[in-house]
Design a protein around this ligand. Structure first.
Ligand SMILES: [Fe+2]
Length: 245
């Protein structure tokens, strides 16, 4: 999440031995290009002054909410990828804006609001990231049409973008950023409910998130390990075991 600027209301020739096939869990994402993008996601995490582990935590929490909503595995994988990549367009935002401790000017906000479209443009050439593009582009839309970049309303906003957005806001509120102190988990949930009540957030998704087992959220919050693209399916398996425990 970034700031909020207002308050509610991927030769033929000599025969070679056949290569061993990739393990299933390493099949996605499967190219070095995608690995580079994951690394870029980590760069954004570091450059944004966000604590290490933000991407992994966000990815897992978004997938957890997806599990709670009964979403299929493809959607969970998309949410997981979105957790890493949604803010990748921030690589194009000047340091003076990204690191500014005080409020942004309207001109600076205009620059900041370009990051979803920039991110979509960066990821668009990679075929296996196609499903993530709507999350990257639309994670700052609002249900009442006052978000950006497309001023989408209600269900025009892709479902998974609405899911990721809910988790992104919660994570931003409960963690220190260059421009603010963290608030308590309880207060963060209240703010989400206030933003749903004033027409910004999806009320059903917000309600699902607020109702998500507090113990699960706390376990994910403390879940920390080196993030690697190839660990994605393993992480999701761990998550599903966690939710079942
Ligand atoms: Fe963002």
């Amino acid at each position: 999440m970034s700031r909020t600027n207002a308050k509610p209301p991927a030769a033929a020739g000599t025969a070679r031995p056949a290569k061993a096939s990739r393990p299933a869990e390493d099949a996605y994402p499967g190219s070095s290009g995608e690995g580079v993008l994951f690394s870029l996601g980590k760069v954004v995490e570091q450059r944004d002054g966000i604590t290490a582990g933000h991407c992994e935590r966000l990815a897992l929490t978004a997938a957890a909410l997806g599990v709670a909503m009964g979403l299929d595995e493809a959607s969970l994988l998309t949410l997981y990828l979105g957790g890493f990549l949604h803010d990748i367009g921030k690589v194009g935002i000047p340091d003076a804006i990204l690191f500014k401790a005080g409020p942004l000017t309207e001109e600076e906000w205009d620059a900041m609001r370009t990051h979803p479209a920039r991110g979509e443009s960066i990821c668009r050439p990679l075929k296996s990231f196609r499903a993530v593009l709507p999350l990257i582009r639309s994670h700052h839309e609002r249900m009442d049409g006052t978000g950006y970049p497309d001023h989408l309303r209600g269900e025009e906003i892709p479902l998974l973008a609405r899911v990721l957005q809910t988790v992104d806001i919660y994570d931003a509120l409960t963690n220190t950023r260059p421009y603010k102190e963290p608030c308590t988990r309880q207060r963060a949930l209240e703010i989400l409910e206030e933003e749903a009540a004033c027409g910004w957030r999806d009320p059903e998704i917000t309600s699902r998130f607020v109702g998500l087992n507090r113990r699960v959220l706390e376990k994910i919050r403390t879940y920390s390990r080196p993030a690697a693209a190839t660990s994605m399916r393993r992480s999701l398996n761990n998550l599903q075991q966690l939710l079942a425990s």
